[in-house]
Unconditional design. Structure first.
Lengths: 138, 138
DNA sequence: ATAGTTTTTGCAAATTATTTGCATTTGAAT
DNA sequence: ATTCAAATGCAAATAATTTGCAAAAACTAT
């Protein structure tokens, strides 16, 4: 699926760093720093939260990871760039990645109207997922 | 332009609350809680930050205001819903509102593909603005 | 207007995510 | 194996946001 993720040049291959990247690769949607911490704990790895934050920071600056905040949340989530556009269910919180983001088709329109050179975008769509529509909880 | 903004039913019309809404109405793009604080200070009003946060919180829950986090920032911004889709210049930080968000046209596509009932979305696009392209700073 | 009731405010203290300093450990180059 | 910069862990520091509580302001009904 995703191209193999490499630790950027100039940085060391530590086991913590590799483990963090692995978690991010496996994640199906943007997750919190603490989620990474907990998953690594589960896997028996003892890592410190600050190491996780420092690595996420580095990875974000290097462009391998995208940081975002979900509606109504106050802590950051991190994900590989191909998971940055998503749908969120307002009822159950389920997150579904938007694979072929239709927004891409509109870059040109935005360039024409506003004159920006566009380098990226992030889209969050919220609504009610099919399951929650059935289980019509008020 | 914008429909007149009303304090939601059941809440009292305090001068702080009215002042906060006024700032939000005048703002051209999403702003920080502290920006509101500072602008009100300028206007000679003495208000507390917690009052601002409490009101923004209430307004957000009531749906009159949208809270968001800009790329690379770690503090929340608040805006009226019609200012929630925007372009940001990576060089100078300029923010330009996307007026007729092209994303609207894609709701149907997303509904079909994912089955969600869509209630809202927010789009952040980043790039380089026309001015910064000219002043081609490295 | 006035008194009573309830919300809202302001302040200070608390909370929470995230960052940072520093001593120690580790990866990579020699 | 030795060396040295980069990375880690821990504890302490920060910064945004939240909360408790007493005082002040808004509504309400008189």
């Amino acid at each position: 699926m995703a191209e193999k993720l490499e630790i950027p040049k100039g940085y060391r291959h530590t086991k913590q760093r590799k483990a963090i990247l692995e978690i991010l690769e496996k994640a199906e949607f943007p997750i919190h720093a603490e989620d990474i911490y907990l998953k690594l704990k589960e896997n028996g790895m003892d890592i410190s939260l600050s190491t996780i934050y420092r690595n996420l920071d580095m990875l974000t600056k290097e462009g391998l990871v995208v940081k975002s905040y979900m509606l109504g949340e106050d802590k950051a989530r991190f994900a590989l760039p191909d998971k940055k556009n998503y749908l969120v269910c307002e009822k159950c919180g389920k997150i579904v990645i938007i694979d072929n983001c239709p927004f891409d088709k509109f870059k040109e329109e935005l360039v024409e109207v506003h004159g920006f050179d566009i380098t990226g975008h992030s889209v969050e769509v919220y609504g009610v997922c099919p399951e929650c529509k059935k289980t019509n909880v008020g």
